[in-house]
Design a protein around this ligand. Structure first.
Ligand SMILES: *[C@@H]1O[C@H](CO)[C@@H](O)[C@H](O)[C@H]1NC(C)=O
Ligand SMILES: *[C@@H]1O[C@H](CO)[C@@H](O)[C@H](O)[C@H]1NC(C)=O
Ligand SMILES: *[C@@H]1O[C@H](CO)[C@@H](O)[C@H](O)[C@H]1NC(C)=O
Ligand SMILES: *[C@@H]1O[C@H](CO)[C@@H](O)[C@H](O)[C@H]1NC(C)=O
Ligand SMILES: *[C@@H]1O[C@H](CO)[C@@H](O)[C@H](O)[C@H]1NC(C)=O
Ligand SMILES: *[C@@H]1O[C@H](CO)[C@@H](O)[C@H](O)[C@H]1NC(C)=O
Length: 369
């Protein structure tokens, strides 16, 4: 009898502990040691701290968790594969509060993107959540900044990627006066569906957005400066990209502004239903619009194993200004692989010079190549 009374108290005690440690708690992270207990709560606050070199700051969150970033996150510098940060979960509200995430870029940058002599941790921010990701402020990513593979609908907004320091030469790049050209690869690498990216700012040296696969993706009201603009691709074999809206973006001083690039050797893939609405591009320095099926070459011998269909610049004028020496618009399709309706009546291009149009007789409403 006595033992069972003790047992009764024990059971009651365990029940009480379970109740107070239920997921409605607030977890606080001030070092990697705090992560495993903090992620048992559906509110997770992140204070300023430095992630030790060579380790991933990894959050596997409970469904419905709200994350609040409350201080600057830094990462120790070492050559390794990364990622630096990884977050997973469903129905997450991730509030970055414009606190900086500093990837230590100048430690890695050698002007050669993900190539060069040193393994650079990338992506810096691996995002595998549904829900919302707001106001995350990334500076100096070692290589790719964000990789997004969302498991459900996700809206990314107010995010900044500031790799503008990579525009300047440094001691590793071996260049003393010319500006760096390929310091940081893609800012947003996208491989998920049902995704909205809006009101983001990217200052870098390569693609602002690169959609490698996915359907129902909207890229709207973003600002891209200094890089390779808004891209679909590069498209490899056996992937589909469809139902894409690129609207209200401002692409400034970029080598390319709007590009669709499919690998020369790719097969069994499709890019379909892409609509460009009311974008602005100024000071395009190489190609304003480029659709190419000879990637990585711009105007090489194109492949035709990927079909590109229904590419519209129709409603809402997209205007682009090429600087002298740059091509306004060029299209390099494989034989029979650019098909459907391509209504380009809403594209206005000025400045620069005309590009070539190869194997495409489906564009209507546009003549200012
Ligand atoms: C990593 O190196 C960069 C460039 O030198 C520097 O700005 C940053 O503070 C370093 N990070 C840490 C945590 O020391
Ligand atoms: C856009 O994002 C910036 C940076 O986070 C924020 O300050 C601003 O309020 C946002 N604007 C809108 C219209 O959401
Ligand atoms: C497209 O994606 C948005 C944003 O995630 C989502 O709200 C919407 O339901 C999706 N539309 C379809 C048809 O799935
Ligand atoms: C094309 O994509 C848009 C989203 O950008 C979508 O609203 C529309 O339904 C799609 N059209 C077709 C024919 O699938
Ligand atoms: C045009 O873009 C190039 C490359 O980003 C840049 O160096 C140059 O300063 C820009 N010119 C103007 C007038 O903005
Ligand atoms: C593109 O424009 C053509 C011609 O106006 C139209 O038939 C087609 O539905 C449009 N496609 C999209 C995806 O808006």
């Amino acid at each position: 009898m006595f033992p069972s009374l003790i047992l009764g108290f024990l059971v009651a005690g365990i029940a009480a502990v379970t109740a107070t440690s239920s997921s409605s708690c607030i977890g606080t992270i001030s070092s990697l040691n705090d992560v495993s207990s903090a992620i048992k709560c559906t509110t997770v606050n992140i204070n300023a701290f430095t992630v030790p070199a060579g380790q991933t700051f990894e959050l596997q969150l409970l469904d419905g968790t709200t994350v609040n970033v409350l201080g600057e996150i830094q990462f120790g510098n070492v050559s390794w594969a990364g990622p630096l940060f990884q977050v997973r979960g469903n129905d997450i509200t991730f509030n970055g509060n414009n606190q900086r995430w500093d990837g230590g870029g100048p430690f890695y940058w050698d002007g050669r993107g993900t190539g060069g002599g040193m393994t650079k941790p990338h992506p810096m921010m691996a995002i595998s959540i549904s829900g919302t990701l707001n106001d995350v402020y990334v500076v100096n990513s070692p290589a790719h900044a964000f990789s997004i593979g969302n498991p459900g609908p996700l809206t990314v907004s107010g995010v900044t990627v500031d790799d503008s320091q990579g525009n300047y030469p440094n001691s590793r790049s071996g260049k003393s006066s010319a500006a760096e050209k390929h310091t940081t690869p893609t800012a947003f690498d996208v491989g998920g569906s049902n995704l909205i990216i809006k009101n983001c700012t990217v200052l870098n040296q390569d693609d602002c957005l690169a959609i490698g696969r996915g359907t129902n993706i909207t890229f709207t009201d973003n600002y891209c400066e200094g890089g390779h603009g808004v891209s679909i691709g590069s498209i490899s074999s056996n992937v589909i990209v469809s139902d894409i809206e690129i609207s209200g973006n401002n692409v400034v001083s970029s080598a390319y502004s709007f590009r669709i690039k499919t690998d020369t050797s790719a097969t069994n893939s499709a890019v379909k239903n892409v609509t460009y609405i009311a974008n602005t591009a100024t000071n395009c320095t190489y190609y304003g619009v480029l659709v190419t099926q000879s990637y990585p070459s711009n105007m090489g011998t194109p492949g035709n194993g990927v079909t590109i269909s229904d590419i519209n610049f129709s409603s809402g004028t997209t205007s682009l200004t090429a600087n002298s020496g740059a091509y306004r618009v060029a299209v390099n399709c494989g034989s029979g692989s650019c098909i459907g309706n391509w209504d380009w009546s809403g594209l206005e291009a000025s400045g620069g010079k005309a590009g070539s149009i190869i194997n495409n007789n489906v564009i209507t409403g546009f003549t200012q190549y």
